[in-house]
Write a protein that binds this ligand. Structure first.
Ligand code: IPE
Ligand code: IPE
Ligand code: MG
Length: 264
């Protein structure tokens, strides 16, 4: 209750963003935040614009949220940009979405470098169009030695496909006698996922009011805190992000244990 009042107070009084950031940073910050960026199409529809206009606007939100997440000291920001199911969309929309990494990265790569952000990707890279691959590759190479926040794009990502690949790999290793079936435990599976090198998400945010995972990080989100907001992705701004982190800070994470105060 007090937390809620405080949240409202900070949002209503004119506390500047840097001041709010400093305040939020004085409490525990989630190491890994994953976002299902949803609602671009509806944002455009409300304005009688084509869906791609919503995707273009959503790109600006990616820039804003990357900056504030980095300022907050978040270590990994994973953004769900294209799912393995999104190939079902009209070709024209897919073509546009495949051009976005190139546009985003050619515009913002210098500032990502300046912010010490490291660009990475999870998902099935091989079947992306060549120009999309090139843009992502170039950004990953240009930022490879950065040791600030990891900006991890889930591009042509699907959790079930990831798990299928993981199971196949492990089954092959077992068939070849490289491993024993008894070697398979949680950390073994973790190490065979595309997120092997990343901490698991502490917080999952989905915009646009949809309350589902849409095949996103099914294994990795086992103990994440979930937050669903009605705000459409192009309208999601720094203030929304700060509110989400505050909400996270008000949660009590237990991981199956009895309640522990000040856990997050
Ligand atoms: C999210 O916005 C972006 C992608 C899935 C690529 P949508 O395009 O899903 O927007 P809505 O859900 O139709 O509003
Ligand atoms: C999930 O959003 C995928 C991304 C945000 C990239 P969708 O808009 O594709 O999900 P559904 O179809 O509404 O479940
Ligand atoms: Mg959607």
């Amino acid at each position: 209750m007090l937390e809620k009042l405080m949240r409202r107070k900070t949002a209503e009084t004119n506390v500047s963003l840097p001041e709010q950031i400093a305040l939020v940073k004085s409490r525990k910050i989630p190491a890994h935040v994953a976002i299902i960026m949803d609602g671009n199409g509806r944002w455009a529809k409300k304005r009688n614009l084509p869906r791609i206009a919503g995707h273009h606007e959503g790109m600006k939100t990616v820039r804003k949220i990357t900056r504030v997440a980095n300022d907050l000291g978040i270590k990994v920001l994973t953004l769900y940009a294209f799912s393995t199911e999104n190939w079902k969309r009209p070709k024209m929309e897919i073509d546009f979405l495949m051009k976005l990494p190139g546009e985003f990265l050619s515009t913002y790569l210098p500032e990502l470098i300046e912010q010490n952000v490291k660009v990475e990707m999870i998902g099935n890279f091989n079947v992306l169009p060549d120009h999309t691959k090139k843009a992502i590759q170039r950004a990953m190479e240009a930022t490879a030695s950065n040791d600030g926040m990891t900006l991890n794009f889930a591009m042509n990502y699907g959790s079930r496909l990831e798990l299928i690949e993981c199971v196949k790999e492990i089954a092959n290793q077992a068939a070849n006698g490289e491993i024993d079936v008894s070697d398979i435990d949680e950390s073994f599976i973790d190490s065979h996922l595309m997120t092997a090198h990343l901490p698991e998400p502490d917080l999952l945010i989905r915009t646009s009011g949809e309350v589902r995972l849409s095949n996103f990080m099914l294994w990795q989100l086992a103990y994440a805190e979930f937050s669903f907001t009605d705000v459409l992705w192009p309208d999601f701004d720094e203030q929304c992000m700060l509110n989400e982190i505050r909400e996270f800070q008000s949660r009590s994470r237990r991981f199956g244990n009895v309640e522990r105060d000040g856990d997050v």
